[in-house]
Design a protein around this ligand. Structure first.
Ligand code: NDP
Length: 382
């Protein structure tokens, strides 16, 4: 049995994790969390019968408790409730799938409680990279990637030595607007951006894919997970989303991982690793595909990608700052409060004016995140 605590159970990754649990009876969910949607969390709790549930929104506590009153399930709420779920006794692994920076406090709590981590919540690693990796090493816990690109890199690196890596090559679908000109990008809407060509995901990450900020976050995530410097991490647009990422080695070889675009595979690999239990997902039909394409991304049309990578290279609190700003701008675009090209431009401008400090303490990271949010909000209201 592998017993897990599922943070962000009501989201896209959370629900797909529950599907993986339904596939593999050796997986059992002991604790699950939600943000605000208590009805969805109550429904999942009734179906999967965990020992405890926690909801971030304090106002959702009473109705959630009421909805589960007839079941022996403990109900908690708020940041403390999320931390309790992250540290739930008996859970060996925490699958961290809260969206955004809100996932960092429970992630750090889980590490302190010596839980192994299956990490989907990239923003937490982007903002708190050095601290998260240092605390995981001190606690002796494993961080396994859920993100499909990082899962691919991890699979390509199995049995290989880090010092033999020439380059990590992260593939990107290019998002909903990959073929639009700068002029066409002026009038695109959030509704259009939410029609991702290859994946069905939560709203925040789908918009991040359209701006390509998501790939910048992933470059930073790869840097921390695999200890590779930024000069050796490359991004390539790959519109088929079949090659999930690649590793080039110093001898001139490249290893790639290919699979259908189905997040249940990397979720399962993060939880059950090299066991590779059977699934209902068939391998891609390469003959039917006939061709795989790879292109250099256009940093002019997608300046948010350039800004996020630059924040990673600058280090310290720069990624936490820009990630915080992006969370505000991403939401503003979804609400129709900022145009698409202005969003990427704003990230570049905010980073240019920001002076980072070392990100060596939790409080410093939260302050940088907050400053990013405030600066972005100021820019929106100007
Ligand atoms: P969703 O928006 O679908 O789900 C987010 C989850 O987090 C929900 O359970 C939501 O609860 C909860 N949540 C939101 N805000 C808070 C908060 N402030 N405090 C506590 N919980 C909160 O996102 P995804 O599942 O798409 O993404 C989750 C993470 O995984 C992200 O970091 C994303 O980048 C990453 N990821 C996602 C992929 C995908 O295919 N979806 C692929 C690779 C990585 P509620 O439902 O109640 O709002």
């Amino acid at each position: 049995m592998l017993e897990i605590s599922l943070l962000g159970a009501t989201g896209s990754i959370g629900r797909q994790t529950l599907e993986v649990c339904a596939w593999q009876p050796q997986l059992r969910v002991l604790a699950m969390t939600g943000g605000r949607d208590w009805q969805a969390l109550a429904k999942l709790a009734r179906e999967y019968q965990p020992e405890m549930v926690a909801i971030a929104d304090l106002q959702a506590y009473a109705p959630l408790r009421e909805a589960l009153a007839d079941l022996p399930i403990r109900v908690e709420a708020g940041e403390d409730g999320l931390k309790q779920a992250a540290c739930w006794p008996g859970a060996d692994t925490v699958l961290a799938a809260i969206s955004g920076m809100a996932g960092l406090p429970p992630l750090l709590a889980a590490i302190a409680a010596k839980k192994n981590i299956a990490l989907a919540n990239k923003e937490a690693l982007v903002a708190g990279g050095a601290l998260v990796m240092e605390r995981a090493a001190q606690a002796g816990v494993k961080i396994s990637p859920v993100d499909s690109e990082h899962s691919a890199l991890w699979q390509c690196l199995a049995g290989e030595k880090t010092e033999q890596i020439a380059k990590l090559i992260l593939t990107a679908s290019g998002g909903a607007f990959r073929d639009l000109s700068l002029e066409e990008l002026q009038s695109v809407t959030a509704a259009q951006a939410l029609q991702h060509p290859n994946w069905r995901m939560g709203e925040k990450i789908t918009i991040d894919c359209a701006t390509m900020v998501n790939k910048g976050l992933e470059v930073i995530e790869a840097h921390w997970l695999f200890g590779v410097d930024y000069e050796r991490i490359q991004v390539l647009i790959h519109r088929e989303s079949i090659v999930h990422s690649m590793v080039a080695f110093q001898d001139g070889s490249i290893k790639a991982q290919l699979a259908q675009a189905d997040m249940r595979l990397p979720i399962q690999y993060a939880l059950l690793g090299q066991d590779r239990p059977q699934t209902s997902v068939s391998p891609p039909d390469l003959a039917a595909l006939s061709a795989l394409h790879f292109e250099i991304p256009d940093f002019l049309r997608f300046p948010g990608l350039a800004a996020m990578i630059e924040a990673g290279k600058r280090g310290g609190t720069a990624p936490a700052y820009l990630n915080g700003a992006n969370e505000i701008l991403n939401l503003a675009f979804r609400r129709g409060e900022i145009r698409f090209p202005a969003l990427g431009q704003a990230l570049g401008d905010l980073l240019a004016a920001y002076r980072e400090v070392p990100a060596d303490q939790e409080a410093v990271i939260y302050r940088a995140d907050q400053q990013g949010r405030e600066d972005a909000a100021r820019l929106l209201s100007a």
